[in-house]
Every structure is written in structure tokens, then in C-alpha cells.
Design a protein around this ligand. Sequence first.
Ligand SMILES: Nc1nc2c(ncn2[C@@H]2O[C@H](COP(=O)(O)OP(=O)(O)OP(=O)(O)O)[C@@H](O)[C@H]2O)c(=O)[nH]1
Length: 587
Amino acid sequence: MATATASRLAVPAPRTSPHAPGRRRPAAPLPSAPPRPRALSAAPRGRVVCPAAPASSPASTTDAGQDRLQKVPVSNIRNFSIIAHIDHGKSTLADKLLELTGTVQKREMKQQFLDNMDLERERGITIKLQAARMRYIMNDEPYCLNLIDTPGHVDFSYEVSRSLAACEGALLVVDASQGVEAQTLANVYLALENDLEIIPVLNKIDLPGAEPDRVAQEIEEIIGMDCSNAIRCSAKEGIGITEILDAIVTKIPPPQNTAKSPLRALIFDSYYDPYRGVIVYFRVVDGSIKKGDKICFMASGKEYVADEIGVLSPNQMQVSELYAGEVGYLSASIRSVADARVGDTITHSSKRAECALPGYSQATPMELREALEKLQLNDAALKFEPESSSAMGFGFRCGFLGLLHMEIVQERLEREYNLNLIITAPSVVYHVNLADGETVECSNPSLLPEPGKRRSIEEPYVKIDMLTPKEYIGPIMELGQERRGEFKEMNFITENRASVVYELPLAEMVGDFFDQLKSRSAKVIASEALSAIRKDVLSKCYGGDISRKKKLLKKQAEGKRRMKAIGRVDVPQEAFMAVLKLEKEVL
Ligand SMILES: Nc1nc2c(ncn2[C@@H]2O[C@H](COP(=O)(O)OP(=O)(O)OP(=O)(O)O)[C@@H](O)[C@H]2O)c(=O)[nH]1
């Protein structure tokens, strides 16, 4: 990465938003700092919004026996997401909402229904967003609540933004024993960009260390949102769940009733089913769609017949028609994910909408090195192109949203497609401005044009805002300096918590930056050293002569030496990953 140091420019370098790592911005003067959350206080959220009730939409089910599929007027539909920092309890709350509305019976409830990928359950984090339709009765009125679950980790903010664009409101879940964290803020920004009604929820009040009053005050101070009526809940114990459902009905506005307009439906997710092709999750924004309709994806221009449409309850249930405001899925024997990309608009082939819905912001992932073609099938954020290297042979250069995204993709490929992969160190793409005025992209020092031919090199920069308790300010600033960072500003948000803003090269972040950040500010609660596993060659010796034991051990040592000399050494993937997470001392 020799180019990295030589590449700060006369022309201001492209900058990258902290919440969308890797997004390269045009070489323009430094954008002004993102609006401080306090600015929100001018537009208080959490008010009761009840626009005049639009006319009802017609029936839309082939399975009238299912209560929750019964039609409701569009004024009784609520589309919402749950946004939170990782581990603050989104999935647990989502499960409780499903349980309390009878959407999923308690006995069917696997722990955390919405986190239904094995990998998600093992790691305890949400990776792919899911949608679920619930029926809720309030004051004898039936309501249809569509929940779109969102992932919480920093690497998945792209998916969060896609799901938020399909909603009118969001529950902002904050752990009452922790308070506002970095990802809480990032997600709030995304929700505000999408103009959502935000309902603050203080979770985990059952914990002895919960301080809901302090956290409510913190949200008011940091985000500028009125928290006097913030709902206090325990998703685990089921406390405050009815209040949340009531607030969803009273505070989140219903969708516009535009069922008579030409069809426009926004794709917010998709996945590849080996039997049915690409399954598309969408929100009908205008018009209606029914089974058998000839549809067109406006960006790709591809046409298909919708041979199945339905709702997610949370399992797929077929319906005959979906109307403006509703959320559902369709399958149309689509073989390529590229034909129906997330962010695209679905319309009717015969009666096209005039213009597509504003697309979702496309995150440009950071560059990494190698992976395989199938990766992209149900992960639209993943980019790849074929590449060959003299050391590793043929492979693919891939773009990921971050290290966690990379690990998840790798594990999914290994488990779901039975592949064996090696992933090499991440890198970023540099812009090389040539003397003849041309600009070329360069991601490998060996491909750098000769010094005489190049005028300047630009490298992507990120602006990061780190929220930290005050005792860690020193170590965090030290890390910023070590990573070629430029200190920008520091603000005390509360007496004990500060926001430290740095600008630093993306190349310094793609490796182990988050690990380093965590290790400088996290306490080790418990640790244990495990000795290496070896075959116990002494197991058959019952007492007896020590020389016999020595002989056996010597034989074992010789065997190992011989294995090293002639054996095939498998370098596990973890070794490659460990190299990416180098300790400071090693560097
Ligand atoms: N004591 C207590 N624990 C809770 C509560 N809600 C969630 N938890 C626990 O907090 C942990 C994280 O909860 P999740 O629901 O997986 O968090 P999440 O926000 O969905 O996390 P990601 O899916 O990774 O974004 C789990 O161990 C839950 O059991 C609560 O109200 N009280």
C-alpha cells in the first residue's frame, strides 16, 4: 500500500460519509459537517399525525380464513421499521410484536423469528432485513401493521436505508442501560432523510442497571427529540408492548391512497430461490398489482409476468392483489438479480408510470480481493469482478461494505453454496490523474502509471464521528493520529460523553480499525488461555516406567517433524483474517 502515503492532494480528496463507508464523492471542496442532531429540535417528532382518512382499498386475499390477511382501509395500514444500535433489542422486540398480535403463535416461535438465517442466529445479529404483516385491533378497529426489520451493524446501513424508504415511521429502540450509541445516531439520520415519524422506545428496563430517565434525557440532548412520552419497555419480559402497538397506530401516518394511479412499487429487498428464481420484496407506492399482471422493472427495462404475489406474515402467503400502501413479495421466474435490483420501480408494461420512484442510495462498497460469482445473488450490496494474480491464481475482486459484511458473505458462500474460499487483504481504489488530463482508477501498486505520466493521486477519505465516554478520548485520539487522521473537532455531548471527529484515509480503516477502536475502549470481562490440542499418546500408560513415557513422547515429536517435512499444510482461512487484524506491536 505504498501509494497511500504519497497520495494526499492539491485537489481536495474525495470524502466518504462515515455511515456509508466506501462511498466515493466527487473531488469537490470539503462538504460542510453533517447537520448536528440538535437541529431537529426545531421540528419536534413524535406528534400524532392523522391525515384525513382516504377511501378504503378493495379486498386482497385468496385466503379469507386468515384473520390477518383480511382487508383494511388504507387509512388503517401502518408501515414501520425498527431502528437501533446493534444488540439494543430490535429482534427481540420484533418477536414480541409478532407474538402479541398473534402473527406467530408462541409454540411456533423459534427464538427470534425475524433473524431466521442460521448464521444470524449463531452470531446473534440481523443481516438480511425481513418484513412481517401483523393485524392489531385498537378501539375495535382492525389495523394492518407492516414491520420491516432492519439490521443494526454499521456495515449494513445500506440495507437500513432501503427498508426505511418503504415506511412512514420507525421505532427508535435504545437500550436503557446503555444509552445513545453511534449506530443509533446513524440510523436516526437515515430515518430523518426518509422523513419518517420516529417513536422513541427505551428498552431493557428490566435490567438492574437501566436508567430510562437518564437515557431519555440523553436522546433529547443528542438527537433533539422530545422524549417526555418515550415508551419504557422490556422486550424480553413483554413490558410496554401494547403501548408500542398503540403508538404505532396513533403516531405513524397511514400511506397515501393512490390506488387509482399507475402502478409504482419500490423494491426494498430480494433473494434468490433456486426453484422460483428471484423473489422480490416491495412496497406498493401507487396503484395496484395483481397475480398474472405483465410488469416491467423501470431501471432494467425487463418485463415479466407476476405469477405469484403475496404478503409476508411473516411466512409468504399468496394473495390475489396488493394495493397502494401494502407491502408484499412477488415471484415471476426472474433468473437474474440484475433484472430486478433493489431500489428499482415496478410498473405495468401496458400502463407505465411516467417516472420511476427516487431510487435508494446505492452504497459503493470498499474494495476487497476475492470471492465468487454466486455471492451477488441475494446480496445487492456486493460487487465483484474477475481478476487473476500471479500468487493466488484466478479469483474475483470484491467490494464489501466492511469486514463484517465480508465475513458474513464468506460464511454464507461456504455454507449455502459449499465453496471453499480464501479472502485476501482489503484495499481501496485510488484515482490517478494523468498528465494528459485523463483519470484512471488504480487498486494495485504494480498497476500505478509511471511517475512521469501522472500528475496527482487521490485517495478516498472518510469523516468519522466517534462517540465515547470521556476516559477513552486519549486512546481514541492516539488511534486517529496513528491512522494518518486529521483531528477536526471534539464536543462534549453530556458531562461524560464526547464526540470526536476525525478525517482519515479510507485505506487506514478497511483493515482492523473497528477492532482497534473496540480494544482501546472495551474492558475484558473474562479470559482463559486454552492449550493446543494434541493426541494424548500417554493415555494407555497406567503409571509405570518414566522412560516408557519419554519414548512415546519422543516418537510423537518425530512424527510431527516428519509430517511437517512431507505433509500438506492447510493454512486455515482464520490465519488470513488474523493477518488483517494485526496487533499494534506486530505493526
Ligand atoms: N434484559 C433484557 N435483555 C434484552 C431485552 N431485549 C433484548 N435483550 C437481549 O439483548 C440481546 C440483543 O437482543 P437482539 O434482539 O438480538 O438485538 P438486536 O438489536 O436485534 O441486534 P442485531 O440483530 O444484531 O442488530 C439479546 O441477548 C436479548 O436477549 C430486554 O428487554 N431485557
